[in-house]
Design a protein around this ligand. Sequence first.
Ligand SMILES: [Zn+2]
Length: 494
Amino acid sequence: MIVVQRDCTSFYRQALGVHTLLRVRGKALGFGRVRACLQRAQPSLYCVSSSSSLSLRAQGLRPITAYTMPSTAPMHGSGIVKFTNCRLVKDDSLVNGDLWVSSITGKILNGQEILYEHRTAPEEIVDLGGRILSPGLIDTQLNGAYGFDFSVIPEDGALAYGKGVMRVNRNLVATGVTSYLPTLTSQRPDVYHQALPLLGPSGGARDASCGSESLGAHCEGPFLNPTKNGIHNASVLQEPIRVISSLAACYGPDNLDNPSPIKLITLAPELPGALSSIQALAALGIQVSIGHSEASYEEAKSGIKAGASMITHLFNAMRPLHHRNPGIFGLLGTASSSIPKPYFGIIADGIHLHPTSIKIAWNAHPDGLILVTDAMRLAGMPDGTYDWTNGSRIIKNGALLTLEENDKIAGSSIQLVDCVTNFLNWTGASVPKALKAVTETPARMLGLEDVKGTLKEGADADLVVLDLQGAAEGERKLVVDEVWKFGTKVFARD
Ligand SMILES: [Zn+2]
């Protein structure tokens, strides 16, 4: 059987569940060859539907034989899933509608085209009963979880490290986080050299059973200001004095090659060599975020002009706003005609920031706000005292994590969907605007706005079904009911 309508070959390959669809006299052909054959009106070509036939004629092509495909029978093996009775997250609204996806390509399909042009019924219909269908959530700062720390190389080396990453991926996806940036705190160079090759983008195989997908590593350090080290070990912090050779010596020269396993680097722009380093990293396609920094407003602005595009956990580990020097926070108030306003990470866990600070930042630059967990390996573990990397110990008390030696906040153990719930209740934002901070906005920051964080046709079918529940005192709560990765269901709540 031959499909001859323009631009529909991949669709029919999915719909019919066959790999070799295009045949002329028994020989498999690519679409370009088929089109060439059509233009010569080769007599052994067949068209699968009358509408395709008409379309071909409209293009001046001549199908020889028309075969009408049944229009109502489910397409077993087509892998096409139709979500119906949904509230879809689109721009700043929730829109009643359907969504069609393919579990074979793992992408979002054009429902109109399938229904009216190809007359194909889905293999599976999922009725959401009015629940919310959102793009999968994206966490751009996750240090570890489920007992695994991305910054620690196990004694068994790379094999054990790789298994740990897989364990995080398979568990994390059930929380609605379908892609993320595995994040390293400041480390000695040998840790980067071993870890980074195992933290690069992991979605190439488009295998839903692998769970959540790395979009590349986030290196938070070690080019940070020692006075704003937070929980980072001050003895491993560096200055990027020799710019690219400093960066290469630290992260490993192979890890700066294009494509790099690194997607984002947090550094302090006031350090010697930092501005030139930002320029060099931007030229390599690696995003730079300002953080753990003493930067004045002017120094921060220079960082943005050099190519930095984000601020790491705004307010935390930086100078506070001063009325005569607004510091890094001042970037949110700068006119867009002066510099591109940066994106900024916010930890909405109720511990790192006062809710009003979050609301002020959101009002200043709503399109830049990205909710992050900054969660670490104790996320999901019972309360208690745990050994930390550099001989220190961490006390976990609920969501609160502190260093035993000085009571400093030591990261978070919150889930990203709970950050969205907090943000909803603290700011009064609408649900789609809150979800934007974990979908569309981080995808845009990473240059992946057509692939992730959206329900647009052609994007990856990474989806979360959310139930919006009422909570005490009129508060709202988002609960993850189902998670779909590359068009395949990978989690359903009991
Ligand atoms: Zn930090």
